[in-house]
Design a protein around this ligand. Structure first.
Ligand SMILES: Nc1ncnc2c1ncn2[C@@H]1O[C@H](COP(=O)(O)OP(=O)(O)OP(=O)(O)O)[C@@H](O)[C@H]1O
Ligand SMILES: [Mg+2]
Length: 513
């Protein structure tokens, strides 16, 4: 175990910091510090207080009690994001970009380059391109933020942060919306900044990343500091155990043998959607968990959003229980028993300024209407059931969804789609931002739903999740399905080969007509 007290070399330190929101305490006398040239990972279950501590370390929230030290000097941090002047740069968990700005405007917001008193757009564009290039991403610097997919927004946020002259860089789940390839590009930059002496705080639920990057790890549980340890002394499993306070076995439920004779519930042929010039075909059987793997931007989300009527379908046919069907909108799909859980929980999934119950029953409000009136008791019953089933943790009934921790928002979203009693469940990134203990719960719920006869499609950028959960896996690349894998074929190397275009199998020959 390493020295827990803020050493002389610590750049930024919190000492006995406590925080309450109103009457509710969420951090209890926590010590935390970060040194120049280290990555200090902060881990803990959903709602443990990681983001709150991070906001205190960057001046966005003021501690209720305790001391902050910058370079050893006790100091209150300026509020309203002004701490950037002190060299503290933050990447937020919830994306924080202004939607109407362009990519290069976002990167230079607040420190625009100018020439002779005029904005030097050309220089900013060139510099933006250089930084995006460091991250190996191709994003148009003139594109508006609102037009970008969520992964690209995250990459712009990262570009913005690394372009600033940070002494202390605080990152709250920067890789939650990224695929492995994009995460690797970020890790290269983190390693470069660490070598330059930047002090880095890194929050993540992906413990393999934590293990790979961190010099030290601090574990929070229910607002309490559990321990700060050298990363070299811990396995990812040991970190998980400290987080949840119990032994975690069987992250994935046992896979049941798929029933080869199960009827096809959803059959898609020649579907063209989104920006893709290609079409895709696949079948989903009763009781099956079908994975969609592939790099971000490979067209998985657009294709499945078209199936449920959220995106236009330019060509192709969908049969539901053998009947040609085209859902005009998501409501029609829900009424037919097909639900879709978006990965964009902030943009498309939840109403952040609204309470939990109205969010939960948004899709199924008509089930709670009796005699022309909304029956609040029946709505509340549904809420109570969901809270228990999905272990949703909120301070009390009065909070808005925006005040829930990220993982609890995700669980509420799952509860919301499950309210519709679906036969087909399409989930885009089911465990984004979710802690390991809750992940295990969600995987077991999904497997149980399939065992009861529901059919599940899982789109995921987390390879282990696809491998651990799915009976069959389709790999997409550039808008096409390039591989279909079953049984023991479902393995990381194999999926990567199809995703990278090194291999292709005759998917179409393996489909019934
Ligand atoms: N502005 C706020 N008002 C009231 N309660 C809040 C507010 N912000 C956070 N909380 C509560 O503080 C607790 C800690 O939340 P926090 O966001 O710090 O958790 P976290 O560890 O970052 O979780 P996650 O892994 O889900 O992101 C939660 O119970 C949360 O609901
Ligand atoms: Mg958080």
């Amino acid at each position: 175990m390493s020295d827990r007290t803020a050493g002389a070399d610590s750049v930024l330190a919190a000492e006995r910091v406590s925080k309450s929101f109103g009457e509710v305490p969420v951090l209890f006398s926590v010590d935390f510090d970060v040194r120049a040239g280290e990555v200090h990972a902060l881990v803990g279950e959903n709602g443990a207080g990681k983001s709150t501590l991070m906001k205190i370390l960057s001046g966005l929230e003021q501690p209720t009690s305790g001391t902050l030290r910058l370079d050893g000097e006790a100091q209150a941090l300026p509020a309203d994001g002004k701490s950037e002047a002190l060299g503290i740069v933050v990447i937020h968990q919830e994306l924080n970009l202004a939607e109407h700005l362009t990519v290069s405007e976002s990167i230079f917001l607040g420190r625009e380059l100018s020439r002779y008193g005029f904005l030097d757009r050309k220089a900013m564009r060139t510099e933006a391109l250089r930084i995006l290039d460091l991250l190996h991403v191709q994003i148009d610097p003139d594109a508006r933020i609102e037009s970008l997919p969520v992964a690209d927004k995250q990459m712009v946020e990262i570009a913005k942060a690394i372009s600033r002259d940070a002494r202390i860089l605080v990152m709250d789940e920067p890789t939650a919306v990224l695929s492995q390839t994009e995460s690797e590009a970020l890790f290269e930059q983190i390693e470069r900044l660490r070598a330059k002496g930047v002090a880095i705080v890194f929050i993540s639920h992906k413990l393999d990343e934590v293990k790979r990057l961190a010099d030290r790890v601090t574990v929070l549980r229910d607002g309490q500091l559990i321990a700060t340890v050298d990363a070299a002394d811990l396995t990812a499993d040991a970190i998980a155990q400290m987080m949840v306070g119990r032994e975690l076995s069987n992250l994935y439920p046992p896979k049941k043998e798929p029933d080869v004779d199960a009827p096809v519930v959803l059959s898609v042929r020649g579907l063209r959607a989104g920006k893709s010039k290609h079409d895709i075909s696949f079948d989903l059987k009763r009781g099956e968990i079908l994975g969609f793997s592939g790099l971000i931007g490979s067209g998985r989300t657009a294709a499945l959003e078209a199936v449920v009527g959220l995106e236009p379908m330019f060509a192709g046919e969908v049969k539901y229980d053998g009947v040609p069907t085209r859902f005009a909108n998501i409501k029609a799909a829900v009424q037919a028993g097909i639900v879709y859980m978006t990965k964009d929980r902030k943009g498309k999934g939840l109403l952040l300024n609204t309470g939990l119950t109205p969010n939960l029953t948004l899709l199924t409000l008509w089930d709670h209407v009796k005699g022309g009136f909304l029956n609040r008791n029946s709505e509340e019953d549904a809420m109570d059931k969901s809270v228990r089933r999905f272990d949703i943790r909120a301070r009390d009934d009065s909070v808005n969804v925006g005040q829930l921790s990220g993982g609890n928002q995700q669980k509420l979203l799952l509860g919301k789609v499950m309210e519709a009693n679906p036969r087909v469940i399409i989930i885009d990134e089911p465990t984004r931002g979710i802690d390991v203990g809750t992940k295990q719960q969600i995987y077991h719920i999904v497997a149980a739903l399939a065992a009861e006869g529901a059919s599940v499609i899982v789109i995921s950028s987390e390879m282990q999740e696809i491998i651990g959960l799915c009976h069959r896996v389709l790999v997409m690349r550039d808008g096409r399905i390039t591989g279909m894998l079953e049984g023991t074929e479902i393995a990381e190397g194999e999926i990567m080969r199809y995703a990278a275009g090194l291999k292709e199998n005759e998917v179409h020959d393996r489909l019934s007509a």
